[in-house]
Design a protein around this ligand. Structure first.
Ligand SMILES: Nc1nc2c(c(=O)[nH]1)N[C@@H](CN(C=O)c1ccc(C(=O)N[C@@H](CCC(=O)O)C(=O)O)cc1)CN2
Length: 297
């Protein structure tokens, strides 16, 4: 039978596992603080930052939200970043992607204090990850590692095919999976839009991680019997319901389920883990900045 990987349940365990660390820090006079910065009014991004702020409230992290008009000059965003770098009550923060077209996200990342870079997107943190000395792990790939661990999916010796080479998911996921470390030691193939014969790369994989942003790209015909399928895609497509849209992943769930031994749904798979690992990084950042050791889940 195919196991449906429950991201909401694993994320809830991670949040529960953080509460002791948060209280230890608070008892020592430091309430961990996370800021979210949203530039523009992308509806999906608004949903995600609202959810991140709600998560903070649930676990006892001080949440702050900064909104910047989508037409504002880059300098306004840079000023907000400087303020957050200087604010001792903010231990971690993120600038929600995507940013408006006139903003150079790479320049934004370079301005973030690497010690407060809760997304782990700053070049220093990317370098540390690649070198096997991560300060923080990027939230989505780290969340996927936690899902695989929770469902006893062995990565050591596994063939993993990742579809997508983004800085947020594909590249760091590949790095984490090939590290000589727990949750690593896999043989990794990274595919992208120029990959020829994608099916040939996915059909031999023990684990397929779909992060291309192409809806329902992966179906049963592309999978080995018993493959583990992780769907990172989350696209809004028009639908005749109250919201006016539904969420669709990069995997044709019903088709892939017929071949997979385990599979993540959309919603309720990877998304909640991305948010849980952001809280994890925030607590980790607060602990490092205060020099107080805490146990992290
Ligand atoms: N600065 C960042 N920007 C973006 C990131 C990121 O990690 N850092 N990742 C994605 C979006 N993302 C995080 O911000 C994200 C995506 C999905 C979810 C989530 O909880 N999804 C739910 C459904 C939510 C809904 O109802 O719409 C689920 O899958 O169950 C959280 C965060 C791009 N930008």
């Amino acid at each position: 039978m195919t196991e449906i990987i429950d991201g909401n349940a694993v994320a809830s365990e991670i949040r529960d596992g953080l509460t002791d660390a948060i209280e230890t820090l608070a008892d020592a006079g430091t309430r961990p603080g996370l800021a979210t910065v949203l530039m523009g009014d992308d509806p999906a991004s608004q949903t995600y930052v609202n959810m991140k702020q709600r998560d903070c409230e649930e676990v006892g992290i001080d949440g702050t939200h900064v909104e910047i008009d989508g037409d504002a000059p880059a300098s306004e965003l840079y000023d907000a970043i400087e303020d957050l770098n200087d604010d001792p009550s903010v231990h971690g923060y993120i600038v929600q992607e995507p940013v408006p077209d006139h903003i150079d996200y790479r320049e934004v990342l370079r301005r973030i204090d690497p010690a407060k870079d809760a997304d782990a997107f700053h070049p220093e943190n990317v370098g540390r990850l690649v070198a096997g000395q991560p300060r923080f792990k990027p939230c989505t790939p780290h969340g996927i590692q936690k899902l695989l661990e929770a469902y006893d999916v062995e990565t050591e010796g596994a063939d993993v095919t990742i579809i997508g080479r983004s800085n947020i998911v594909g590249k760091p996921m590949a790095n984490l999976l090939m590290q000589k470390a727990d949750g690593g030691n896999a043989t990794v193939t990274v595919c992208h839009s120029r990959t020829e014969d994608l099916e040939a790369k996915t059909r031999t994989a023990d684990i397929v991680i779909a992060a291309s942003g192409v809806t329902e790209l992966v179906d049963a015909s592309m999978l080995a019997d018993g493959a583990v399928v992780i769907d990172v895609g989350i696209s809004r497509v028009d639908a005749d319901n109250e919201k006016g849209y539904e969420l669709v992943g990069d995997v044709d769930f019903e088709s892939a389920k017929s071949k997979a031994s385990a599979i993540t749904p959309v919603p309720g798979g990877v998304g909640p883990m991305t948010r849980a690992m952001l809280l994890h990084n925030t607590v980790n950042a607060a602990s490092a900045q205060q020099g107080i050791d805490v146990d992290l889940p």
